[in-house]
Design a protein around this ligand. Structure first.
Ligand code: MN3
Length: 250
């Protein structure tokens, strides 16, 4: 037996030992698999973590046709089910696996406001909040002048009269350039009308929103096309939920 053959035998022995170890590892691995719990029940709760909906939109406070003829069921359906839901879906994707996923919606809006690295999160979170709020600002058979009470007194103190407030709100909403919202906000004891562009929201600026009108084109275009002032008029005369607005006064 020459040296070459002994070398070959040692090589085989090494290979056999390695095969033996692999077999042993395979047996242990199989045994471990058998001890694992079975698959989660298919009850819908076992979603992958990335698809967990951290944020949801608030339920509509009325049926989709409740605001007709001023806002059609078709407009409300697209606005609520497509636009509003789209912001929710984007937000959930953006916060998945980040500390923001554990925060409240208002906290996400406030913590991401003005941060250039969080613009997309802010835009989608603020849009979810703004739409949740906008739906509550309307009701079937709303609009006109609020009932006598604290809110009406504050409007009269801040604007001179309800009519002056309504005209100022109408003008602000009609003249807002591009996409955005017109708001009635409370700052201390005073009420103010403010405009915000795109997703921006008074809660990012320390103001208390009392009322908003969404004047993005998706809010009215199917019903009013380019006649935004007609939509704003219908909103003020027939839709504003003044009881909700008054409930927001601090
Ligand atoms: Mn909208």
């Amino acid at each position: 037996m020459d040296g070459k053959k002994r070398e070959s035998e040692r090589h085989n022995h090494r290979n056999m030992s390695r095969s033996g170890r692999l077999i042993a590892q395979a047996v242990l691995f199989t045994a471990a698999l058998l001890l694992l719990p079975g698959p989660a029940p298919m009850d819908g709760a076992a979603q992958p973590a990335a698809e967990k909906p951290y944020f949801r939109k608030q339920p509509l406070p009325y049926p989709e046709n409740a605001l007709e003829p001023y806002i059609s069921a078709r407009t409300l359906s697209f606005h609520y089910e497509k636009h509003h839901q789209g912001y929710v879906n984007n937000l959930n994707k953006l916060v998945a696996g980040t500390p923001l996923a554990g925060r409240s919606l208002e906290e996400v809006v406030r913590e991401t406001a003005g941060r250039p690295d969080k613009t997309a999160v802010f835009n989608n979170a603020a849009q979810v909040w703004n739409h949740d709020f906008f739906w509550q600002c309307m009701k079937k058979g709303g609009g006109g002048k609020p009932a006598p009470g604290k809110l009406l007194r504050m409007i009269e103190t801040s604007f001179g009269s309800f009519e002056r407030f309504a005209n100022a709100f109408r003008t602000a909403a009609a003249s807002l350039f591009g996409s955005g919202y017109t708001w009635l906000v409370q700052e201390g004891d005073a009420l103010k009308i403010v405009q915000t562009s795109n997703a921006d929201t008074p809660i990012a600026h320390g103001q208390t929103p009392l009322l908003t009108c969404d004047v993005w084109e998706h809010s009215y275009y199917l019903d009013y096309q380019n006649r935004r002032p007609d939509f704003i008029g219908a909103f003020l005369d027939h839709l504003v939920n003044w009881e909700f607005v008054e409930s927001r006064v601090r």
